[in-house]
Design a protein. Structure first.
Length: 364
């Protein structure tokens, strides 16, 4: 039997009848775009995040992109972010013709090292995008203080961290906006693309609602050039079913992570570090080892899938060659890209399967 990194079919099988009923009811309703399911999902997620507004969009990438545009960030501006994330985070900065400024990570959490942010702030810096990587929030309090002192916007990339807590408060609720993705492999995943922005700012919410639908509030009357970036009813209906289970899935992820931790803590493999004030949702369970590639092949031989997130940090990507970063500039991100390994973790995974993975990892 092979062991996947994530088993989406296992989840579907547990919810099949509920999901099919939700999809059928959308099909029967004849309302496929911007209907009741999208509105209800927006309200539920805003409530879960304890913020005023939720705005469904076409993807997590668009959630980030529209946030930058609505906040007026563009040509000539600099935006500070982490090099150790999915490309989207920096891609959107480039798409609005601003410049990403990469700041190294804290090697313990893989998140933006907030201590290094201040010395990278210039007169052009307009925003910071912290990414809550692998399900654990970045250290937000010091960032919010900097944002206040230097008049910077904060856009939380919470695509991997829906339901995570920072000092007891939900990921996404701290910044000017918080961005979520419903890509199928995310902790709350649809059966296609989708995303959502949360914010407490009424004016910003209004702008975002305009931007996602061709700059129009009233059909066929356009106030600004916008986008076609809507979440569709079928995805929203599926996500509403799944949202009811999210808390228990996060708990199941944490309990499997705790088991891995127990089994690996005496070994030479470094287990994930979670700050005492954080509650992680373990989007991924990522260990570290100088022998990462050996461990990965050993797992592969036993038909166990593992994942490398992320093999090349963003400052060294071809697309950013013109920015002039060199190998060695952001040493912790570079080291993480050689040492980090994501092990299989999903809510339906059995303890027995965790044991099997660890057994293969520890045989030498
Ligand atoms: C998945 C992800 C995104 C992009 O979300 P999409 O819905 O795939 O566009 C952005 N940032 C991070 C950190 C992600 O993990």
């Amino acid at each position: 039997m092979s062991i996947p990194l994530l088993d989406l079919k296992a989840q579907y099988n547990t919810l099949k009848s509920e999901i099919l009923a939700a999809i059928h009811s959308v099909l029967d309703s004849g309302s496929y775009i911007m209907g009741g399911n999208v509105r209800a999902l927006e309200e539920s997620i805003a409530e879960m995040c304890a913020v005023k507004h939720g705005i469904g969009v076409a993807s997590g990438t668009d959630a980030l992109l529209l946030s930058l545009i609505a906040l007026g960030i563009g040509e000539g501006d600099e935006v500070i972010t982490t090099p150790y994330t999915f490309f989207s985070t920096a891609e959107v900065i480039s798409k609005v013709r601003a410049t990403p400024v990469f700041v190294d990570i804290d090697p313990r959490t893989f998140n933006l090292d907030v201590k290094l942010v201040e010395k990278n702030i210039t007169s052009r810096t307009k925003a910071v995008i912290p990414v809550h990587i692998f399900g654990q929030t970045a250290d937000l309090d010091p960032l919010l203080k900097l944002a206040n002192n230097y008049n910077l916007k904060i856009i939380e990339d919470a695509c991997q961290a829906i339901g995570a807590l920072y000092k007891g408060k939900p990921a996404g609720s701290f910044g000017n906006t918080g961005c979520f993705s419903f890509y199928p492999t995310k902790n709350l995943g649809g059966y296609g693309d989708g995303g959502l922005i949360v914010t407490n700012d009424d004016t910003l919410a209004e702008k975002l609602r305009l931007l996602r639908v061709h700059g129009s509030k009233k059909r066929y009357y356009h106030l600004v050039p916008g986008y076609n970036s809507r979440l569709d009813e079928i995805q929203a209906a599926v996500l509403r079913v799944k949202l009811k289970y999210l808390a228990q899935w996060s708990e199941a992820r944490r309990s499997k992570a705790a088991l891995y931790n127990r089994l690996l803590q005496e070994s030479a493999i470094d287990i994930p570090y979670v700050e005492e004030w954080n509650e992680s949702v373990y989007h991924l369970y990522v260990v570290r080892s100088k022998e990462r590639d050996v461990l990965k092949s050993r797992l592969a031989e036993a038909k166990i899938n593992s994942g490398i997130y992320y093999p090349l940090p963003l400052h060294l990507q071809e697309v950013y060659r013109a920015l002039g970063y060199k190998s060695g500039d952001l040493p912790e991100a570079e080291r993480a890209s050689c040492e980090a390994l994501a092990l299989p973790l999903y809510p339906e995974m059995t303890e027995d399967t965790v044991n099997q993975v660890v057994k293969v990892l520890l045989e030498s």
